[in-house]
Design a protein around this ligand. Structure first.
Ligand code: SF4
Length: 356
């Protein structure tokens, strides 16, 4: 059973001193005691959900160049936001970012609330992001808990609770840090950096860790045991057909997905339903003709299920088709908001590959 006694003050000091010297240089961070822009902190934290820092850096810079303020983001068409987001995945993040920007402008005149409870009333902002924005941008006395921070604390205290219940235990533990910390923003970022650069998932560098002498798992040489993983559930596998209609000049027939649900509002080629029971999947092409079946399945991984797609292709002369969609030519396709699945489908088209 974990205890929740506050950490000694010297541990906080050790961590903050380490952070002063070792803080990562990231495009959304400011130095020299300047205040963080809550908008930049918020955008970066949303991008960093499920995505590595290395990937986010360039996206963040591009995004801030196009939408430098919450007002610019709020008044932009959603399609423009989705195009900038293209390739980052988890597009609901971009849609919520856009919706939340509009709420921030209308409800709060574009001024970010510093209270994490109020921040959580905005679309796409959960407890972690709210605490991160409040602590980093406003020094509000709160600290975020994500997988990195949970790993550090679970090792430091040798917490035996497995994931995901571990997270609520770490939240209680981390509350004992609040109030002790000099600067909650620095403390939050120090914990993030410690988890990302020192207390890494597979090979923690305990010899350079500021908390080495107080770390239970390091003392017992059991760092690899923590955090204790969740028991794995098998992910469902779904099946679908994708129908790629092209013209001899390389135009593709595409359509917009519905405005709600997975990959909402993004562009795809016509597809069947996605079903777990392959036997219920009927191969019904959107137009009749001589379809060519691709020799292998396209495999795609979503967070909660895997998808295997059977691709069919057909080449026809350009004409208006009696199905929903539009023709997209090769030069405009890169400007469309394409999810990675659609990109894979296009890339795996044998007829298109033959042309190039
Ligand atoms: S001493 Fe090692 S296991 Fe403990 S917090 Fe530091 S890096 Fe992680």
């Amino acid at each position: 059973m974990a205890s929740f006694s506050p950490p000694p003050k010297y541990m906080i000091d050790l961590l903050l001193t380490w952070y002063d010297a070792q803080a990562r240089d990231l495009p959304w961070r400011v130095k020299g005691g300047n205040h963080h822009d809550p908008y930049a902190v918020w955008v970066s934290e949303i991008m960093l959900q499920q995505t590595t820092v290395a990937t986010v850096k360039d996206y963040f810079i591009r995004f801030m160049n196009v939408f430098p303020t919450v007002f610019d983001l709020a008044k932009a068409p959603l399609e423009d936001v989705l195009v900038i987001w293209q390739g980052l995945g988890y597009y609901s993040r971009a849609r919520n970012l856009h919706k939340a920007a509009q709420e921030l402008v209308h409800r709060f005149q574009g001024i970010f609330p510093s209270d994490p409870a109020i921040l959580q009333t905005l679309p796409g902002i959960g407890p972690y992001t709210a605490a991160a924005v409040a602590a980093i941008a406003f020094d509000t006395p709160c600290l975020p808990v994500d997988g990195n921070i949970a790993r550090v604390i679970s090792r430091m205290r040798a917490i035996e609770t497995p994931l995901p219940a571990l997270l609520s235990e770490v939240r209680k533990e981390i509350k004992t840090f609040v109030g002790h910390a000099r600067h909650h923003g620095d403390m939050a970022q120090a914990l993030m950096d410690l988890g990302a650069t020192v207390c890494t998932p597979t090979s923690p560098s305990c010899n350079i860790c500021p908390w080495n002498s107080d770390c239970s798992s390091s003392k017992n040489n059991t760092t690899r045991q923590y955090p204790i993983p969740a028991t794995k559930k098998k992910k469902p596998l779904k099946f679908a057909h994708a129908y790629l209609i092209q013209t001899p000049s390389g135009q593709l027939w595409m359509r917009k997905r519905p405005d709600t649900g997975l990959l909402a509002g993004l562009i795809e080629v016509p597809m069947s339903d996605w079903l777990e029971d392959e036997t219920l999947l009927v191969q019904t092409p959107p137009i009749s003709g001589a379809w060519t079946k691709a020799p292998s399945l396209i495999k795609h991984v979503f967070t909660h299920f895997d998808l295997h797609v059977q691709l069919w292709t057909i080449t026809i002369d350009e004409s208006s088709l009696p199905i929903e969609g539009f023709w997209a030519c090769q030069s405009t396709i890169p400007q469309l908001a394409l999810p990675t699945l659609t990109k894979k489908v296009i890339k795996n088209t044998p007829l298109l590959s033959d042309k190039s």
